[in-house]
Design a protein around this ligand. Structure first.
Ligand code: ATR
Length: 287
C-alpha cells in the first residue's frame, strides 16, 4: 500500500473497534483495483459522534462505516438519510460531501444477498423468524418485509424493543408477529418458518445458548446466524444436526461492505478479493 498526499481516506467509527475486519476487506479491494484509497478504524466515543463526524468532514474523509454503538445515534447527526435507512432506523454507511453528509443502510441488502448466496433463497413469499430486535434484528426484519416476505416474526428478550419494528412492518404487505425470546414460545411457531435468523449477540461467547433444541429444526429450514466469530455457534450446530441448512454472518459482513464500497467509489466491488481478505482476517485462512 502506498500512502501519499492525495490518498483518499474512508473508515469506520465504533466503540470498541479493535476487532473489526472491515479495514482488511476494504484495503484489499483498493489494492486489487490499484486505487489510492485507505480504510482506517477510529475509536469514537458515542458522546462525541457528532464532533467526530464534523472532524472527518473537515479533514476530507469521503466515507464512513458505523458500527456498534453508532448506527442509531447517527440518524440525528446527518444532513440527509436515505429512505431505506430511515425505515430500518439505522445508518451503517455515510457519504461525506463538501456541503452535506448522507446516511445509508447496507446491512439489510447485505443480508438479502447473503441468504441468496448461501442458501439460494429469496425471502419473497417466505416466512422468516428473526431472533433479536437490536440494530441488526430490526434491519433484517424490516428489509425482509420490504422485500416481500409473507410473514415476519420477531422474538426478543425485551418485548418493548419490537414495537418500532411492528410499526414499520405494518406499512408493508407482510404479516407480523412478536414473541418473547423463549424456547416454548419459539417452539410454537418455528415449524411454519422457512428461515430462522439469529440477530442477537447470544453465541458470541463460548457456551452461549439460546436454548433451542434440535427437535425444533427440520431439513426444509434455513438457519442464518449473523455471528461469524466463532464460525459455528451453538445454534448452527444444533440446527445442522437436525438437517437444516446453515450459514454464518461472514457473507452478510462481506455484502454490506461491498455495497458500501460501491456507494463510495462508484466502482464494482471485487467480491472474491474482499471475501479472501475477510477470511484471512477472521479465521487466519490463507486459502
Ligand atoms: P446489534 O446492533 O448487533 O443488533 P444491539 O442493538 O445491542 O446490537 O442488540 C443486541 C440484541 O441481542 C438485542 O436483541 C438483545 O436483546 P434485548 O433487546 O432484550 O437487550 C439481544 N441480547 C443480548 N444479550 C442477550 C441475552 N443474554 N439473552 C437474550 N438476548 C440478548
Amino acid at each position: 500500500m502506498h500512502i501519499d498526499g492525495s490518498t483518499t481516506i474512508v473508515g469506520v467509527f465504533g466503540a470498541p473497534v479493535t476487532h473489526t475486519a472491515s479495514p482488511a476487506m476494504h484495503n484489499a479491494a483498493f489494492e486489487a483495483l490499484g486505487m489510492n484509497w485507505v480504510y482506517l478504524a477510529f475509536h469514537v466515543d458515542p458522546r462525541h459522534l457528532r464532533t467526530a463526524l464534523q472532524g472527518a468532514r473537515e479533514m476530507g474523509l469521503v466515507g464512513l462505516n458505523l458500527t456498534v454503538p453508532h448506527k442509531i445515534l447517527a440518524l440525528d447527526c446527518l444532513d440527509e438519510i436515505d429512505p431505506e435507512a430511515r425505515k430500518v432506523g439505522a445508518v451503517n454507511t455515510i457519504v461525506i460531501e463538501k456541503d452535506k453528509t448522507r446516511g445509508f443502510n447496507t446491512d439489510g441488502s447485505g443480508f438479502l444477498k447473503a441468504v441468496k448466496e448461501d442458501f439460494n433463497l429469496s425471502v419473497k413469499g417466505k416466512r422468516v423468524l428473526v431472533l433479536g430486535a437490536g440494530g441488526a434484528g430490526r434491519g433484517i426484519a424490516v428489509k425482509c418485509a420490504l422485500d416481500g416476505a409473507a410473514k415476519v416474526i420477531v422474538a426478543n428478550r425485551t418485548l418493548a424493543k419490537i414495537e418500532p419494528i411492528a410499526r414499520e412492518i405494518a406499512g408493508t404487505k407482510s404479516e407480523f408477529q412478536s414473541l418473547p425470546l423463549a424456547p416454548d414460545a419459539i417452539g410454537k411457531v418455528i415449524q411454519e418458518v422457512d428461515l430462522v435468523v439469529n440477530a442477537t449477540s447470544v453465541g458470541l461467547k463460548e457456551g452461549d445458548s439460546l436454548g433451542l433444541g434440535p427437535e425444533l429444526f427440520s431439513p426444509r429450514q434455513h438457519v442464518y446466524d449473523t455471528i461469524y466469530r466463532p464460525a459455528e455457534t451453538q445454534l448452527l450446530q444444533v440446527a445442522e444436526r437436525a438437517g437444516a441448512k446453515v450459514a454464518n454472518g461472514l457473507s452478510m459482513l462481506l455484502h454490506q461492505g461491498a455495497k458500501a464500497f460501491e456507494i463510495w467509489t462508484k466502482r464494482k466491488a471485487p467480491l472474491a478479493v474482499m471475501r479472501r481478505a475477510l477470511r484471512a482476517a477472521i479465521y487466519g485462512d490463507k486459502s
